[in-house]
Every structure is written in structure tokens, then in C-alpha cells.
Design a protein around this ligand. Structure first.
Ligand code: GRF
Length: 189
């Protein structure tokens, strides 16, 4: 099974996923797709010799959504790891139930458009939540909406800032995302 990771940020989750599958017998990270020139994830992909597909807005939303390119590369499964654009229906239909995302909060709370990165953590702290966490879910046509595959929680501490909470959440993501992807993929074989 060949995975494409879609990421536009630092790429720390992408890095963990690439490492996790680097010697895997059945699952290979074949491609990294990125919409942000200069993003950290590009160097990470390069350091593992993984090709990077740069995604352009016009073609993604009003063209073929890169479905042909993904099919040509033999991609079976798409993992979103810090990819902020909404996935167009053309791509969702081509990979039905084969696209997953990770969200840095306990959905259905704190999801939707504009709820990313420290905006999520600031909202969680402002609401005085005692607990936050991560959600790994199947991607459908609505932001942060598809069926939930996995959640894990962590405390929100009284002295937390969005930055300290982000660090705790990132650690949780790194701990779980690669293994949850592996389990989900192997179930489909
Ligand atoms: C993660 O916190 C993830 O939950 C969100 O985007 C962030 C990506 O971080 N969807 P990184 O680029 O993997 O470091």
C-alpha cells in the first residue's frame, strides 16, 4: 500500500509517519504533497528521498484535484498531517474512506474552518476545559467532520498557554498517529 502525506507546515507528524513506515513490509510513504513553498515538510521529505508534489490552488480546487497524478504514482491512501485546505470532492470521491486527518482537539468540539494550530488551543483554554486531546478521523466534504477512528486525551493545566498545550498535543499526535494509520490500513487489506 502506498501512502501520500499531504502537509503544509513544519511536518513533525509527517516525519514520524515516514520514520514509522521506513522499513515496513506492506506500507510505503511514496509521496509528500505540499501547498506551501518553503514549508519544513519539504526538507523532511527530501532527507528521506521522498518526492514532493507541489499543489497549486487553481488545479486543486478547479482542476483535477491531482487525482491523475496520485493514481499515476500508485497512491492507495492519503494522510493529512497539517494540511489546511479543504479537500475537494473530486479527491474525496476518488479516495472514498481512504483519506484520514488528525485534529489537535477532541472533535466535534473545536473543529471547523479557522480552527487550526494555536487558534484551537486558545479556544480550549478560553473555555476553561480541563481536558483536550487529538482526533483522528476519516475525511469527508466538511471540515473536521468524517467518522472518528481514534481519540486520546491529555489534561489542560491552569497555567497553560496555547504554546504549552500545543506541545502536549503534539507529543500525543506523534505517539499515536503512525500506529493508528497502520492499524486502519491493515484492516482494509
Ligand atoms: C498538527 O497539530 C495537526 O493536528 C494539525 O496540524 C499540525 C501539524 O503539525 N492538523 P506538524 O506540521 O505535523 O508539526
Amino acid at each position: 500500500m502506498n501512502i501520500a502525506i499531504f502537509a503544509s507546515g513544519a511536518g513533525s507528524n509527517a516525519n514520524k509517519i515516514i520514520e514509522h513506515f521506513s522499513n515496513h513490509q506492506l506500507v510505503h510513504v511514496k509521496l509528500v504533497a505540499c501547498n506551501k513553498p518553503g514549508a519544513g515538510v519539504i526538507d523532511i521529505a527530501a532527507s528521506y528521498g521522498i518526492p514532493v508534489l507541489m499543489i497549486e490552488k487553481e488545479k486543486f480546487f478547479r482542476g483535477n484535484a491531482y487525482v491523475e497524478e496520485l493514481k499515476e504514482a500508485g497512491i492507495d491512501f492519503v494522510v493529512l498531517a497539517g494540511f489546511l485546505w479543504k479537500v475537494p470532492s473530486a479527491l474525496i470521491n476518488a479516495y472514498a474512506n481512504k483519506i484520514v486527518n488528525i485534529h489537535p482537539a477532541l472533535l466535534p468540539k473545536y473543529g471547523g474552518k479557522g480552527m487550526y494550530g494555536n487558534f484551537v488551543h486558545a479556544a480550549v483554554i478560553a473555555a476553561k476545559e480541563k481536558e483536550s486531546g487529538i482526533t483522528i478521523h476519516v475525511v469527508d466534504e466538511l471540515y473536521d467532520h468524517g467518522s472518528v477512528i481514534f481519540q486520546a486525551t491529555c489534561p489542560v493545566l491552569p497555567q497553560d498557554t496555547p504554546e504549552t498545550l500545543a506541545q502536549r498535543i503534539h507529543a500525543l499526535e506523534h505517539q499515536h498517529y503512525p500506529a493508528v494509520i497502520e492499524q486502519f490500513l491493515l484492516q482494509q487489506l
